[in-house]
Design a protein around this ligand. Structure first.
Ligand SMILES: [Zn+2]
Length: 600
C-alpha cells in the first residue's frame, strides 16, 4: 500500500472526530494549543459586534488626584478633535473612579460623591465612541493586607511583598483569590453599572513568581512539586511552573470573559498581553481567545530601530489572523527610567506610529494623568489622527499581499549561537558548511583546526508546494547585532528562494524604507515608511528628513483593474505606467509616510 495514502486516511479520521466534538458544544470552534501542559481544547468565544469598528484609539489613565482637578470637557473635546472612535478609560482595580460598592475596592480619595468614570463614559458615548474600561489589579493597600493577608504576593523567604515604586502599597497575588474572586466582583460591578464594550486589564499576570499559601498549594496539587527557586529552564519544577502559570492565567481570562459576557453578551475582556513574540504566554492560544488584541510596545528604547513597531504588528497578525490588532503608543519617553509625564519629539512619535500603521496596527495613544504637565504632544497626535481619519478607507485592510518570505562569498562568519541538528533527509552539496570555531587568543593560536566539514549550516528544502529554509543558528539576531553584509545577502537570498516568484513589490531609490502592501475592499495600497535618518538605529528621531524619488514596481493580483492611482500624503497623482501585469509609479519624495493607493 502506498504509505502516503495511509497517512491521509489517518488524518481524515482524526479530523472527523474533532469536528464531531465541536458540534456537541453549541457550534463553537475547537482548536488545540501549540504547546502547553495538556492538549486541552479551546472554545473560541463569539466576537463582539463592535470590535472591527474602531480605527483610532484614545486612552486616558487617570491618576488618583485627578477627580476635581482635571478638565473633563477638555478631554472630550480632544477626543472629538482627534476623531478618536474608541476610548479606554480608568475605572477601577488599584483606584476606583466611581462610587463602588465592592468591599476593599479603593475609591479615589479625591472622588467625593462624584462618578468621574461615569461622566467620561457618558461624554464619550455622546461622541459615538466605543468605550472600554481599564482596570489594574497589581497593587493594593494596608486594609486589604490586614483583612486578607492571603491576597498579597509573597517572596521566596515567605515575606509579603511591598510595591517597588509605591512602598506604602502591597503587590497582589495574580493567581489566587485576589484576582479570581475580588477582581471578578469588580469587573461584574463595572459591567453591570456601565455596560461598557469591554474591560481592558493591565498588569494582570503577576509581578514575578509568588510563594503565597494558594500558589504553593495549587502548584503542589497540580504537579506534585514545590515552586521553583531558580530561573533555570532545565529545572523540571521551573518548566512545570511556566506551564502551570500559563494555565492559571488562561483560566482567569476565561472566568472574567465569561462573567462580563453574562451581563453584556456583546462585550469581552482584553487582557494586556505585552509585545508579541516577547509575551510569556502562548500567542496562538491568545489569538484564539481574543477577538481583538492590543500590542503594548509603546515606543522604542535603547538601540531599538524604528521598524520594531511594524515587527510587532507582523507578530500580532501571525497570532490573530484577520482580527483587528491595535498598537499602543506613548506620547512620552519610554526608557527604563519611566519618566511618565515626559513628552517625546514629534518626529519620533510620527515615525513610530507610521511604521505600526503600515504594518496593520490601528493606533492607540496613551496618556497618564488627566492634568497635563506638558502639552507639546497634543498638536502632533491630533494632526496624525486627523490624517488617519482622512485615509480611513485605505487603512481598512482585507489582507496583506506580501508573502513570507547564495552567492560569491567563499567564507562567511557564523552566528553567535548554534544548535546541533541532524538532517532527517539527505542534503547533497549543501550551499554552506561549518568550519568549527577556534580560539581568538593568543594570536598565535588563531587558525582553523579543521579546514572544512560537510555539516550544513543552511537547509533549503522543498516539500510539496512549500519551500523552507532552515538555519540552525541565530543569523537574524547576529545580523542585527553586527550588521554583517554577508548575513543580509544570505537572508535576502533565502527569502527570494523560498518565495520562488517574481517579487510582489520592488522599490528603487535612495534611503531605507519599510514597505508593505495591502488589499482593501476597493483598493490596493503600498505603504512607504521613510526610516532614513541619522537617528535610525538609536532614537529618538529629532527631525524628519525627506528622501528623493522612488520607483515603485508592483505586481498586480490577477484580474485587478486599476482605475486611478494616488499618493495620499503628497495629495497628488504620480506618473504611472502599466507594463504587462506590473504597475510602475514614481513617488517624487517621502517625508515620513507615503501611501500609494491603486483604486480598483
Ligand atoms: Zn500567590
Amino acid at each position: 500500500m502506498n504509505p502516503h495514502v495511509l497517512l491521509s486516511r489517518r488524518r481524515f479520521v482524526k479530523t472527523t472526530c474533532v469536528a464531531g466534538a465541536a458540534v456537541a458544544v453549541a457550534g463553537g470552534k475547537f482548536s488545540w494549543p501549540l504547546r502547553g501542559a495538556a492538549a486541552e481544547p479551546v472554545l473560541t468565544p463569539p466576537k463582539p459586534s463592535w470590535v472591527d469598528r474602531p480605527m483610532r484609539w484614545a486612552q486616558l489613565t487617570l491618576v488618583e488626584d485627578d477627580p476635581g482637578r482635571f478638565d473633563l470637557a477638555f478631554w472630550l473635546d480632544y477626543f472629538r478633535r482627534t476623531r478618536s472612535d474608541a476610548v479606554c478609560l480608568s475605572a477601577g482595580g488599584c483606584v476606583a473612579y466611581y462610587p463602588t460598592q465592592v468591599p476593599f475596592h479603593h475609591r479615589s480619595q479625591w472622588l467625593g460623591d462624584r462618578d468621574v468614570f461615569g461622566e467620561l463614559v457618558a461624554g464619550c458615548r455622546k461622541l459615538g465612541m466605543v468605550v472600554i474600561a481599564r482596570t489594574d489589579p497589581h497593587a493594593t493597600y494596608n486594609d486589604v493586607h490586614q483583612a486578607h493577608p492571603d491576597w498579597i504576593a509573597v517572596d521566596a523567604e515567605g515575606r509579603p511583598r511591598r510595591h517597588w515604586a509605591s512602598p506604602e502599597m502591597w503587590i497582589t497575588c495574580a493567581l489566587g483569590p485576589y484576582n479570581f474572586e475580588f477582581m471578578t466582583e469588580v469587573k461584574k460591578e463595572i459591567m453591570s453599572r456601565y455596560r461598557v464594550d469591554a474591560i481592558f486589564i493591565n498588569r494582570w499576570d503577576g509581578s514575578g513568581i509568588c510563594f503565597c499559601e494558594h500558589c504553593r498549594r495549587n502548584f503542589r496539587e497540580a504537579n506534585g512539586l514545590e515552586l521553583p527557586l531558580s530561573n533555570n529552564p532545565q529545572d523540571p519544577a521551573r518548566r512545570a511552573y511556566i506551564l502551570w502559570r500559563q494555565q492559571r492565567l488562561f483560566d482567569l481570562w476565561r472566568l472574567w470573559d465569561g462573567e462580563v459576557r453574562k451581563i453584556n453578551p456583546d462585550s469581552c475582556v482584553i487582557p494586556n498581553t505585552g509585545g508579541g513574540a516577547t509575551s510569556s504566554l502562548d500567542m496562538k492560544r491568545i489569538g484564539e481567545l481574543a477577538p481583538t488584541l492590543i500590542a503594548d510596545r509603546q515606543a522604542r528604547r535603547g538601540l531599538a530601530p524604528p521598524w520594531m513597531n511594524g515587527k510587532n504588528g507582523k507578530e500580532f497578525r501571525a497570532a490573530m489572523g484577520r482580527k483587528p490588532i491595535v498598537g499602543i503608543f506613548s506620547v512620552g519617553l519610554e526608557e527604563p527610567y519611566r519618566w511618565k509625564d515626559s513628552v517625546q519629539s514629534e518626529a519620533e512619535i510620527r515615525l513610530w506610529v507610521a511604521d505600526g500603521v503600515a504594518n496593520g496596527l490601528r493606533p492607540w495613544f496613551t496618556k497618564f494623568s488627566g492634568v497635563l504637565h506638558d502639552e507639546r504632544w497634543l498638536k502632533p497626535v491630533e494632526a496624525l489622527y486627523r490624517r488617519y481619519a482622512q485615509w480611513e478607507k485605505y487603512l481598512r485592510h482585507e489582507r496583506p499581499l506580501a508573502r513570507v518570505g547564495l552567492e560569491d562569498a567563499p567564507r562567511i562568519i557564523n552566528g553567535a549561537r548554534r544548535v546541533e541538528v541532524a538532517a532527517t533527509a539527505p542534503f547533497p552539496n549543501p550551499p554552506l558548511t561549518l568550519i568549527p570555531s577556534y580560539p581568538d587568543l593568543p594570536m598565535e593560536k588563531v587558525y582553523p583546526r579543521v579546514p572544512k566539514t560537510d555539516i550544513p549550516q543552511v537547509y533549503p528544502r522543498e516539500s510539496g508546494r512549500s519551500r523552507i529554509v532552515y538555519f540552525p543558528w541565530d543569523i537574524d539576531r547576529t545580523f542585527l547585532e553586527v550588521l554583517c553584509a554577508d548575513h543580509l545577502k544570505l537572508l535576502r537570498n533565502a527569502v527570494a528562494w523560498a518565495t520562488n516568484e517574481d517579487p510582489l513589490i520592488t522599490v528603487s531609490g535612495p534611503g531605507v524604507l519599510d514597505v508593505t502592501v495591502w488589499q482593501q475592499r476597493d483598493s490596493l495600497t503600498v505603504h512607504l515608511v521613510n526610516l532614513t535618518n541619522p537617528m535610525m538605529m538609536k532614537g529618538p528621531v529629532r527631525e524628519l528628513i525627506p528622501i528623493g524619488e522612488q520607483q515603485v514596481r508592483l505586481r498586480l493580483p490577477e484580474g485587478a483593474r486599476p482605475r486611478r492611482v494616488r499618493l495620499l500624503a503628497a495629495d497628488q497623482r504620480p506618473h504611472v505606467q502599466r507594463i504587462g501585469s506590473y504597475l510602475h509609479a514614481t513617488v517624487p519624495s517621502i517625508l515620513d509616510h507615503e501611501i500609494v493607493v491603486i483604486e480598483l
